[in-house]
Ligand binder design. Structure first.
Ligand code: CMP
Length: 226
C-alpha cells in the first residue's frame, strides 16, 4: 500500500502498480541516506521519521538547508536532471523511507498532473525559502538573522498567550549552521536575549517570551537596510 501524501487521489490500482516498483527501507538515527556528489538517482518518500539536508565543506563546516518530515520527499533533483546529488541527507531519527527509481518517478510526473503539480509546488517553495535566506544573509546582521531563524522554528506555546517555543531546544551548533556563523556567536546572542527577557531556557525547549518584539526589531532592521 502506498501510504504517501504525494499519491493521494491516484486510483488504487495505479497506486498499487507504483508501489510494486518501490522498495521500503528503515534507516537508523545519524545514518547517511544520500551523499553529496553521489551518482544515485532514486527518489525518497518519508513514511516516518525526520531527516536533515545539509552541505558540509571538506573542512567539516556545515550549512543546514532544511529538516524534512513524514510526507515530504527528497532526491528528486538528481532524479529530474541526472546530475550529482546537491546535498547530504541523513536521518535525525529512526526513519522509514519508500524509495522510487527515477524512471518510475518521471513516468508518474509525466502521466499524473496532480502529482506533477505537488512536485512543482515543492520546488517553487524551495526557491522562495532560499530567496528569503539569501536576502537575510545579504542585508541582516547576525543578531537579526538569528531572530528570523528562531521565529521560523518556533510554534505558539500552549497555555502562554503571546509566547512561542522551540521544542526540543535547538542546538547552538545547528543554529550556527542554519544562519552562517560560529556557535560561540549564537551563544552570545542567546545569552543577550535571555538577559533582555526575550528568551528563556526551560526543560524541553527554548521559549521566545516576546516574539512580537523580535518581529518588530526584524521589521525595523529590514526597513533600515540600505
Ligand atoms: P538531490 O540533489 O537528488 O539529493 C539531495 C537532496 O536534498 C535534493 O535532491 C533535494 O531533495 C534536497 N535538497 C537540496 N537542496 C535543498 C534545499 N535547499 N532545501 C530543501 N531540500 C534540498
Amino acid at each position: 500500500m502506498l501510504r504517501i501524501a504525494y499519491f493521494e487521489g491516484l486510483d488504487s490500482a495505479e497506486a498499487e502498480r507504483i508501489a510494486r516498483k518501490c522498495i521500503w527501507r528503515r534507516v537508523d538515527e545519524h545514518e547517511l541516506v544520500v551523499d553529496y556528489d553521489d551518482r544515485s538517482t532514486d527518489v525518497y518518500f518519508i513514511v516516518s521519521g525526520d531527516l536533515r539536508v545539509l552541505i558540509r565543506t571538506p573542512a567539516g563546516k556545515e550549512v543546514i538547508l532544511c529538516d524534512l518530515h513524514p510526507g515530504q520527499i527528497f532526491g528528486e533533483m538528481a532524479a529530474i536532471d541526472g546530475a550529482e546529488r546537491s546535498a547530504n541527507v541523513s536521518a535525525l531519527t529512526k526513519s522509514e523511507l519508500c524509495i522510487m527509481p527515477s524512471s518510475v518517478f518521471k513516468n508518474v510526473l509525466f502521466s499524473q498532473p496532480a502529482v506533477c503539480e505537488k512536485v512543482l509546488r515543492l520546488l517553487t517553495k524551495r526557491i522562495r525559502d532560499l530567496n528569503a535566506r539569501l536576502f537575510e544573509r545579504s542585508v541582516l546582521d547576525l543578531r537579526h538573522r538569528l531572530y528570523a531563524e528562531l521565529l521560523r522554528l518556533a510554534l505558539p506555546r500552549k497555555g502562554h498567550e503571546g509566547q512561542s517555543i522551540i521544542s526540543p531546544p535547538p542546538l547552538q551548533h545547528d543554529l550556527a549552521a542554519r544562519i552562517g556563523c560560529r556557535r560561540e556567536q549564537v551563544n552570545r546572542e542567546v545569552q543577550a536575549m535571555i538577559h533582555e527577557g526575550l528568551a528563556e531556557k526551560i526543560r524541553g525547549g527554548l521559549v521566545l517570551l516576546r516574539p512580537a518584539t523580535l518581529e518588530q526589531r526584524l521589521t525595523a532592521c529590514l526597513e533600515q537596510a540600505g
